[in-house]
Ligand binder design. Structure first.
Ligand code: NDP
Length: 246
């Protein structure tokens, strides 16, 4: 089989309400999966799920808060069934150079981007273990591989996610659970729209393909890692950056 068919599978996409997460939710849904869209704003998550159509549910949680995560996952599983594909996409930035980076900016980023993935993964993994099957796909960043000025907190969270993913991959391979990262380069979303024009031009010069990425470029990589085509891939980091880091 060289086509992708996710019919009968249930996915949860954190941060599925906008940007890359929205595109991932749409792409997995179009491949036949039932999709739970998670965001902090319940009404927005429900509206996005409504836009997907049948086989979709909107749930609310701040991924940094374990009680909210547990409640959201319980609601998603009640609506759609056991989660077999977890996409940890929720993330945020609080950029500043190190000498001006305060503890709150450090904690907010680490709590959402790294602890968030711990919270969701720990909550779904017991079910995956029992069923001896599951896919965990964590959205890291090339910044987690090469660092970035003004993003020590964000880079640490995204590098941490890679170590977390590799450990989960080793720990649960024997239970049929595969864990991988996708590391996007610079993708056109709300997160990068804030970049000043000069920074954008400087960035473009570093990208071999000569353009910023689109959310669907990342979603395609996630779809592949969620599919049967990727059954022998675990503990890897798939870079989707238009040839920025070669
Ligand atoms: P956006 O800012 O466009 O969207 C972020 C999403 O994450 C929103 O759906 C938001 O939902 C959700 N979110 C943020 N914080 C939390 C939280 N604490 N709990 C739950 N949900 C949260 O970002 P992008 O689409 O650009 O980024 C998506 C992921 O891709 C992030 O992890 C980001 O770090 C990563 N990435 C992005 C790159 C880019 O160039 N854009 C490059 C490399 C990686 P809501 O506000 O509704 O709660």
């Amino acid at each position: 089989m060289n086509t992708i068919d996710l019919r009968g599978r249930v996915a949860l996409v954190t941060g599925g309400t906008r940007g890359i997460g929205l595109s991932i939710a749409q792409t997995l849904h179009a491949a036949g999966a039932a999709v739970a869209v998670a965001g902090r704003d319940h009404a927005r998550a429900e509206a996005v799920a409504g836009g997907l159509g049948e086989r979709a549910a909107g749930v609310a949680c701040d991924v940094a808060k374990i009680e909210e995560v547990e409640a959201a996952i319980a609601a998603a599983e009640k609506a759609l069934g056991p989660i077999e594909i977890l996409v940890n996409n929720a993330g945020l930035t609080r950029d500043n150079i190190l000498v001006r980076l305060d503890e709150a900016a450090w904690d907010t980023v680490l709590d959402a981007n790294l602890k968030g993935a711990f919270n969701t993964t720990r909550t779904v993994i017991r079910g995956m273990m029992k069923r001896r099957s599951g896919r965990i796909i964590n959205i890291s960043s090339i910044v987690g591989l090469i660092g970035n000025k003004g993003q020590a907190n964000y880079a640490a969270s995204k590098a941490g996610l890679i170590g977390f993913t590799k450990s989960v991959a080793r720990e649960y391979a024997g239970r049929g659970i595969l864990a991988n990262c996708v590391a996007p380069g610079f993708i056109e979303t709300d997160m990068t729209n804030a970049l000043p024009a000069e920074a954008r031009t400087a960035l473009l010069e570093q990208i071999a393909l000569g353009r910023l990425g689109r959310p669907e470029d990342v979603a395609g990589a996630v779809l592949f890692l969620a599919s049967d085509l990727a059954s022998y891939i675990t503990g890897q980091v798939l870079v989707v950056d238009g040839g920025m880091v070669i």
